[in-house]
Design a binder for this molecule. Sequence first.
Ligand SMILES: Nc1ncnc2c1ncn2[C@@H]1O[C@H](COP(=O)(O)OP(=O)(O)OP(=O)(O)O)[C@@H](O)[C@H]1O
Ligand SMILES: [Mg+2]
Length: 224
Amino acid sequence: MGRVSGKPTGIFITLEGGEGSGKTTQARRLCERLTAQSLDVLHTREPGGTLLAERLRSILLDHSVETIAPETEAYLIFAARRQHVDHVIKPALARGMTVVCDRFSDSTMAYQGYGRGLDLRALRTMNDWATGKLAPQLTLLFDVPVSIGLGRRRGRAATENRLDRETERFHRKVRAGFHALARREPRRIMVIDSARPLESVAQAVEALVMNWLKTYRIPTSKRR
Ligand SMILES: Nc1ncnc2c1ncn2[C@@H]1O[C@H](COP(=O)(O)OP(=O)(O)OP(=O)(O)O)[C@@H](O)[C@H]1O
Ligand SMILES: [Mg+2]
């Protein structure tokens, strides 16, 4: 993809949802599918995506460090996001790439806002500051009951991280938070029932994204 009137024309897609909802699995599949469509794809994740941001990620997921206040956690996430946006996401979009990001701003609203109880308006303001108001054009929200998602993570025998030590109640608040975000922005955030088998989720993602790409590209070509 090229540029339209000097503006970057890359597409920014984020994948969101609770623990074990299938984000990483489906991100990989989606990237393969988009690459097959001749799109130049960048697959990245949050927190992370740059050297500094990945270091902050390790701290955030490490349960052996001292107790982390919710506010500290939010600041670290925003610090990582700024690095990621400046060094990776914006340059890729400026080159016309399709950026697929595993978690982004909605996770902060869901976890730090709805989950930890930090003020949503303050978080939005700080997030705008961290992103320079860069927002995804499309967000896929992988929705799965908390017990299923946590069960999948345990099944994977992944190394336990700080968030795994949270209560089910916390994860239920996060899930309700994601639902609230989706109600607020129904055009951007598409909810995908992720309790289904992996293949059927992948098919739903493919149908949704391919359809979205068609409608997304029409206004772009009209401007030319
Ligand atoms: N629809 C599905 N049905 C059954 N198992 C699934 C499904 N989707 C993913 N899994 C499995 O569940 C585990 C978690 O999936 P995945 O890592 O993709 O989730 P995630 O949302 O990225 O989790 P995390 O929040 O831990 O990053 C993996 O072992 C994966 O193979
Ligand atoms: Mg993951």
